[in-house]
Design a protein around this ligand. Structure first.
Ligand SMILES: Nc1ncnc2c1ncn2[C@@H]1O[C@H](COP(=O)(O)OP(=O)(O)OP(=O)(O)O)[C@@H](O)[C@H]1O
Length: 806
């Protein structure tokens, strides 16, 4: 690297020299150097990423066209390289678009759409093309046939990395046996070291996309891996939504203001954003108005007995209207003012206007603008009268009341008075005679007054007191009636735009709609887990939608436990974003962080040290669906640590984990019961023998003893003179309803009430479902004419709570 440091200072032309080396970098060139950002950092990983990008696109495209996806993936050795083929039955890509889709980075249909889709950036497949051409030097071969067209289009292309434009090597029409769809063929330097990840990706894609059919062929696989469709039901169609006012940033807002056809801010808000109707727009505009113009402070009018003569001041200000009209006018204004708690400058103006109009009509006089101006000025001078000399002027008294109400009772009166006097001076000597201030300016008034009081009066005025005083004033101040600037003027001025943005963010607005999202649903999460994992227990939870940065999101979680799942080591974590399995960077993912933070011992899983990944035969599955999934990088491997999303992930997992906990608790108590029964089963006969031996009496009857001790349901058979009696005794503490089926080899007669009898090829199934209250016995009977074989089956009561002697 050239070092300019040694020559710096001697040569003023270094900037010129540097300038010679400065040039624009094309996007394609940039990604060529930073392949890892897109997930193409090695041959093994590059292959997985290429498969992932192509399959994600195929799923997006087929679903968008309302077609059940049928996707074929083939990896084959091709000399020094590997060839990847991905085919879909999607809607195809038009001849005009095809070169750009594959031969231009940052070209796609989803970047601007607020809708849940796997693709977001318009980089994925073109980056795979770039990776293939960089490592193998071969062009990408694409075939695509749009629905209804007779022929398919065939292209061979590479990306020109200087211009980021497709360079077409061959283009022709071709025939293709698929009636519509797209086929991509890429050759690349690769290896199969990431076979496991590849299989995981395909398998997990099948878990969360039960409507898709997937097939994978690869070297070393004797039989292709096939995942058949489990349902014909496509995921609910999603709808694109407009941005939410809480989610946009200043630059975007300015761009939207420049592009809109709306003239007024209210129209703009209603037109361009989701969840903004007239009412919400009015609220935002009011808040924008407060920020742009400030609010006006209002003051109270003197009582009749106060010496400030409001009436006299108004009368003095009016000339040439005759005594009667002037008096009537002044009386009306004074009356209205005295009946109001406080009045701002613009309200006073309205009051004067109305009083002037009434007097003009009654006395046939004209009250011109100047007269009214004078009257407003005179009345305002009394209302907001401030005398720097006097310590007890009207304005200070008004301010005192507000400050006193807003500060805690512990503040002594001297402090409140000092603060009020200083604050009154701020208003009284303000540049804006109408006493308009923005919230920020008001806070500065309060801070300045408080600081001076702290400094000169040896008092304490803390942050809470300052906030409370500011709030007290702001809440009595009035929004002004001035028209807010029009869209063009807002767009032209950064400060005004940011006032509007603040107003948008501060106004309460309904969360965005969620029809732009398509969660899998708790039911299908569980079904997906059942389909791919052989476990004893499954649970799933889908949370309600939440919003982050204007984008709605939904979190789902699932847990599978036991069965064939591997018992050693930590549990398996399956991560999904918009139905795409996340394969790499598990350790850098918010989902992993949340799982590690949860205290799993509470839920019955082993967790060494009480934190970190839990151990045991379990799979934990997390799905985050959003119109804008916050990934940590372009390679879309891991979710960023966004607190709002992490909270929901945690709640979803805890919901499913609570079910796991009660399952495990129950399993544990059943296990204990079984052990106890095993022991009792062994020692009871021994005890009976011993008792008989010691007492010299016959061996006591221990039939039913086990059931009694264990509080079980006991079913016992007696056969006497051709009558079978099934004695059902309930020793538990609640009513039980066992399903008892006796399978008999001869036809049963005189079957007792409530039974169904089914003859199946010479075997009779006699079934009862008696309700047996706690502590009671029910007898079920039938007759048999001959010697018979019996086989009893009892359902509806857990095995551990059942003693059958039949
Ligand atoms: N198999 C396909 N069938 C139909 N259209 C496709 C197919 N593959 C890609 N496209 C179109 O090409 C665009 C670009 O795809 P690309 O993979 O580059 O980006 P993306 O999927 O939009 O986003 P990301 O970079 O996040 O993957 C897509 O937005 C889509 O409109």
């Amino acid at each position: 690297m050239t070092s300019f440091q040694s020559t710096l200072g001697e040569d003023s032309g270094i900037a010129d020299e540097l300038a010679q080396n400065q040039r624009e970098i094309s996007i394609a060139e940039f990604f060529e150097k930073n392949k890892h950002m897109l997930g193409f950092d090695s041959g093994a990983r590059g292959l997985v990423t290429a498969v992932k990008e192509a399959v994600d696109n195929a799923l997006d495209a087929t679903e968008e066209a309302g077609l059940a996806p049928d996707i074929y993936v083939e990896i084959a050795e091709a000399g020094d390289y590997y060839k990847l083929i991905v085919e879909d039955n999607g809607p195809g890509i038009t001849k005009a678009q095809l070169p750009k889709v594959f031969g231009k980075l940052l070209y796609g249909s989803r970047f601007h759409a607020r809708e849940q889709s796997r693709g977001q950036q318009g980089i994925g497949i073109s980056a795979a093309v770039l990776y293939s051409q960089l490592t193998s030097g071969k062009a990408a071969k694409i075939t695509s046939r749009t629905q209804g067209s007779a022929d398919a289009q065939y292209f061979e292309l590479i990306i020109d990395t200087d211009t980021n434009e497709p360079e077409i090597k061959e283009a022709r029409e071709t025939s293709w046996d698929r009636s519509h769809g797209t086929r991509i063929e890429l050759e690349m330097e690769a290896n199969m070291r990431a076979r496991q990840q590849l299989h995981d990706y395909i398998k997990h894609t099948a878990v969360v996309n039960p409507h898709a059919r997937l097939e994978l062929r690869e070297p070393g696989l004797e039989e292709p891996l096939k995942f058949e469709r489990a349902t014909d039901q496509l995921p609910a169609e999603t709808e694109e939504i407009r941005p939410h006012p809480h989610g946009v940033e200043l630059g975007t807002l300015i761009k939207m203001l420049q592009a809109t056809e709306s003239y007024s801010v209210s129209g703009f808000l209603q037109e361009e954003f989701t969840r903004v109707g007239k009412k919400t727009a009015d609220k935002v505009v009011d808040s924008f108005r407060d920020r742009h113009f400030g609010r006006e402070m209002g003051w109270s009018a003197p009582d009749a007995h106060e010496d400030a003569d409001l009436r006299a001041a108004i009368v003095d200000a009016v000339s040439g209207k005759g005594a009667d009209a002037t008096d009537a006018f002044a009386d009306t204004v004074v009356d209205v003012l005295q009946n109001r708690e406080r009045t701002t400058h613009h309200e006073l103006r309205d009051i004067v206007d109305n009083a002037a109009a009434a007097a003009a009509e009654d006395f046939d006089k004209t009250f011109g603008e100047t007269v009214k101006e004078n009257a407003v000025e005179a009345a305002w001078a009394v209302l907001a009268g401030y005398d720097e000399e006097s310590e007890t002027d009207r304005l200070t008294a008004d301010v005192y009341a507000l400050v006193d109400g807003a500060t805690s009772t512990r503040k002594d009166d001297a402090t409140v008075t000092a603060l009020a006097e200083r604050l009154a001076r701020k208003f009284g000597t303000a540049d804006d005679y109408r006493h308009r201030t923005t919230f920020k300016q008001l806070r500065t008034y309060v801070d300045d007054a408080a600081n001076a009081t702290v400094e000169y009066d040896d008092a304490t005025v803390g942050d809470t007191a300052r906030e409370n005083v500011t709030e007290a004033f702001w809440s009595v101040m009035q929004t002004v009636p001035d028209e807010v600037p029009k869209v063009n003027d807002v767009a032209d001025d950064r400060d005004i735009s940011s006032q509007l943005l603040e107003a948008m963010r501060e106004t309460d607005i309904l969360a965005p709609p969620t029809n732009c999202l398509s969660p899998i649903s708790a039911e299908l999460v569980e079904a997906g887990l059942r389909k791919e994992f052989d476990a004893d227990f499954y649970a799933a939870a889908t949370r309600d939608a939440e919003v982050h940065g204007g984008d709605p999101f939904i979190v789902e979680a699932g847990i599978a436990y036991g069965g064939d799942l591997k018992a050693e080591g930590s549990v398996d974590l399956l991560r999904f974003a918009n139905r795409v399995p996340l394969v790499y960077q598990r350790g850098a993912c918010a989902t992993t962080d949340v799982v590690k933070r949860i205290g799993w011992r509470n839920y019955g899983l082993d967790q060494p040290g009480g934190s970190g990944m839990p151990n045991g035969p379990a799979v934990i599955m997390i799905h985050v669906a959003s119109t804008n999934v916050p990934f940590t990088s372009e390679s879309k491997d891991a979710l960023a640590n966004i607190p709002a999303i992490e909270d929901e992930i945690e709640l979803a997992i805890r919901e499913a984990a609570r079910e796991l906990k009660s399952y495990l608790n129950k399993r544990r108590s059943m296990e204990k019961r079984r052990q106890k029964q095993d022991v009792l089963g062994k020692i009871l006969p021994q005890m009976a023998d011993k008792v008989s031996e010691v007492t010299g009496r016959p061996r006591p009857d221990i039939d039913g003893a086990l059931a009694r001790i264990m509080n079980n349901v006991s079913v016992e058979r007696e056969l006497e003179d051709g009558t079978v009696t099934l004695i059902v005794e309930n020793y538990s503490d609640r009513t039980e309803q066992p399903d008892i089926t006796d399978i008999v080899s001869v036809e049963p007669q005189n079957v007792s009430d409530g039974a169904t009898v089914v003859d199946l090829d010479g075997e009779w199934f006699v079934k009862w479902s008696p309700s047996v209250p706690s502590g009671e016995t029910v007898k079920l009977t039938y007759d048999v004419s001959d010697d018979a074989d019996f086989d009893i089956n009892v359902d509806g009561v857990e095995n551990e709570k059942l003693t059958v002697q039949a």
